[in-house]
Design a protein around this ligand. Structure first.
Ligand code: HEC
Length: 269
């Protein structure tokens, strides 16, 4: 809503949650996430997290649907915390999302955000906290239906400037895509795009899935050699669908995960 457009109903809605907030802060010990949500957020976001109708909130800005897991699992807790603490504009959202930093303690905001997370009931969707920022030139772990524009500058014998534009889209809760071309009845050629990393050199579980699919549709028979840019593996598939994956293994990377991040992921299930 632009300035000057404020309707009496919008003011009534604002007054309503301000009054409700007074109720929250009067409570002690600190209220539960559900209690905070009911008193401070429910007027706008609705009892089921889908957003109250325009007739109730009095403004036209669409309210998010927190039960839509594809949307709700895209943001990290810290981003939602900032929106609740500072108000919508801090993340480029509408100012109809008010700032609660003065009215709610940090612990209350954490509890409200944790409560919001429960509206997405399907645990298959990875927690927003797994959506780590693009560290170097890796993909974002869980793309958010966005265009990613990357510029690379190369020095050396053949200097270059290159741009890459990739449109990333969420397809279901978790997925990975393999493109496969059959070579002969015991051999296929595969490229793999792994969510969170982009194209990778090889993928063992993907190779197994491809071998099973190729056998199931009659294109190949066991064993199937799967050629990938990083090397070949052989997949044996027996009648009971027991799989044997044979190939070379080489350590390319080791990493330690921060204890705090691990704890958050554990809590997120
Ligand atoms: C006066 C109405 C109103 C109240 C009260 C309200 N919100 Fe919102 N909220 C909004 C609107 C409108 C948006 C969408 C803004 C946009 O998309 O530009 C929003 C967006 C959000 C978002 C961002 C979602 C995203 O990633 O796009 C979060 C998180 C959120 N609200 C949490 C809360 C919590 C928690 C409370 C209670 C403590 C609360 N809101 C109370 C109106 C409200």
């Amino acid at each position: 809503m632009r300035a000057g457009e404020r309707t009496p109903r919008a003011i009534a809605a604002l007054a309503c949650w301000l009054a409700a907030l007074a109720g929250v802060s009067a409570q002690s010990p600190p209220a539960s996430g559900e209690a905070i949500y009911r008193s401070a957020c429910l007027t706008c976001h609705g009892p089921d997290g889908r957003g109250s109708p325009r007739a109730v909130v009095g403004f036209a800005t669409p309210l998010p649907d927190f039960t839509d897991c594809a949307f709700a699992s895209a943001e990290a807790d810290i981003d939602w915390f900032s929106v609740v603490h500072e108000g919508g504009p801090v993340r480029g959202l509408a100012r109809h999302m008010p700032a609660f930093g003065d009215a709610l303690s940090d612990a209350d905001i954490d509890a409200a955000v944790a409560y919001l997370r429960r509206f997405c009931a399907n645990r298959a969707w990875p927690a927003g906290d797994l959506n780590l920022p693009r560290a170097f030139f890796t993909e974002k772990a869980f793309p958010e239906n966005e265009v990613v524009y990357t510029t690379a500058i190369g020095r050396g014998a053949e200097p270059f400037v290159g741009n890459e534009v990739v449109y990333e889209r969420r397809l279901g809760a978790r997925n990975q895509i393999e493109a496969v071309v059959p070579v002969d009845p015991h051999r296929v050629r595969m490229r793999v795009w792994e969510r969170g990393v982009g194209e990778t050199q090889a993928c063992g579980s993907g190779a197994c899935a491809v071998a099973v699919a190729a056998i199931a549709d009659g294109t190949c028979a066991s064993p199937v050699t799967v050629e990938m840019p990083g090397g070949d593996v052989e997949v044996g598939v027996d009648d009971a669908l027991a799989l044997t994956l044979t190939g070379t293994a080489q350590r390319v990377y080791t990493a330690d995960l921060d204890a705090e991040l691990l704890a958050r992921l554990e809590r997120a299930g």
